[in-house]
Design a binder for this molecule. Sequence first.
Ligand SMILES: O=C(O)CCC(=O)C(=O)O
Length: 355
Amino acid sequence: MGQATQTAFRKAEKKYAQRSQTPDLHNVVDLAAASTRAAGQAVRGIQLTHDLESPATLPFQLFSHKRPPAFVLRDHPGLVLIPNPFTDEAQRWLARKCLCDCPRPPNRTNLTPFFNEPPESMFSLAANAPARSKRIGCRSHEDTLQLGVTLPKDSFYTQDELPSDLLERLRWCTLGQQYNWTTKEYDLGSSPFDTDADALMRAIALAITHPDEASDMPASNGYDGAAFVSEAGIVNYYDERATMAGHVDKTEEKMDAPLISFSIGLSCIYLIGSATRDTEPTALMLRSGDVLAMCGESRMAYHGVPRVFAGTSPEFLSCPAAGDQDKAAEMYPEWHYFARYLSRHRINCNARKCS
Ligand SMILES: O=C(O)CCC(=O)C(=O)O
C-alpha cells in the first residue's frame, strides 16, 4: 500500500516501528518526562473515586498509594492512565504470576496446539532445567487436528524443544473464558480466573468509577466499577522486537465495562486512536507498572503497540544485584532467571468482563 493510501493509524505504526533511526519521541505523551506534550494540554489529572485496596489475601501491599495520581487524555474520552501505582514487590509478584501461573493448562497459550505443555510451569522448568535433555514434546498430528489446527508449513513445530527455547516463543496466554483467535469468539471453555489478579482488576475498576466530570476534559467513564468481574483476559509477552498491530477488542458483549491492563518490564509506545483507523492516534509511553483502562468511547478505539524499547526495564526487576533483590530471591528461588527474562521482555496482562 502506497504512503498516500495508508491510514493515519498505519502511518503512526510505521513511524514508531522504524528501527533504522531513533524514533522522534517529541509527540509522545510520557508522564515520566516533563518536557513532552504530557506537560501541556494532552492529559488532565483526575481524582480516583475509591481507594486502591490490596487483596486481603496477600501478605504485602500491592499499591504504593491508595489514591495515586491518575490521568485522562483530552482526545480520547474514557482512557484512564494510572502511572505505576505498584510497590516494587507487587511488580515482582505480578511478573511471577504472569510467567509461572498464567501460562499453564487449562489456560491456553500460542504453544498449546503444538506442544504437550507440562502441568508444572514452563518457566520453572526453563529456570531449573539441569540438563539440556529435558525437552517438551510436540503434539501428534492427530492432536493438532483435534484442536482444529494444522501444523505450519515450515515445520516450525515438529521437534521436541527445551523449555528455555519455548519460553522465547511464548507470545500470549488466555485467562478465564478461553478466546478462539480463529472464530474470534470465547468458545474454547473456561479456566478459573486467578482470584488475586481478579481482585486487583476489580480494585482498579472501582477506583476509576465516575472520575470527576466537572471539567472540559471529561473522563467519560459511566461504568459502575463495583459490577466489574474479570471473566476473560490475555497475557501478552513481548520480546524487544515484538509488536502488536492496531485492532479493536470487540468480542465482549459488555462493551460498557472497562478493559483494564497493567504492564511489567520494558517500556513501549502504545498507540490509541478512535473507532476508525483514519484518525491520527496519540502515542503514549507505557512503562513498567503502568495501568491503563479503556472505558467508554475509548473501549471501541483502535490501539496497538508498534515499539518496545530495549534496555528500559527497571533495575529492581531486571538486575539481580540491585536493591532488595535478596528479598526477591528468598520469595522466588528462580529470581535470577526472572531478572534475565524481564530485562529483555515486556509483559501486558489485561482483563475484560464478557457477559
Ligand atoms: O500490550 C498492550 O499494552 C496492548 C494489548 C492489547 O491490545 C490486547 O491484548 O488486546
